[in-house]
Design a protein. Structure first.
Length: 86
């Protein structure tokens, strides 16, 4: 697991108050919403704001790609890396 993936996992836990979980409890390929981790639309908003604040990236809520970026920790890490490089 990369440092960025670990940081994103910890951010998910902190931002959403998942106190009974640790970073190792979240699989990098695990779906974050629905059947996976079980996050919902309110969680998506909170997580989006936390990611913008922590990493200084812009997230366009209206973009059709946003759902793809938030699919799992791996896709979030790739999105944050790409935004940082831009």
């Amino acid at each position: 697991m990369s440092d960025l993936q670990h940081e994103i996992k910890q951010l998910i836990i902190d931002a959403l108050g998942l106190e009974d979980m640790g970073p190792d409890d979240i699989g990098s390929d695990q779906t974050l919403f629905g059947e996976g981790l079980g996050l919902d639309s309110v969680d998506a908003l909170e997580l989006g704001l936390a990611i913008q604040k922590r990493f200084g990236v812009k997230i366009d809520a209206d973009s059709k790609d946003t759902r793809k970026h938030f699919a799992n920790v791996n896709s979030l890490a790739a999105f944050v890396s790409a935004q940082r490089a831009a």
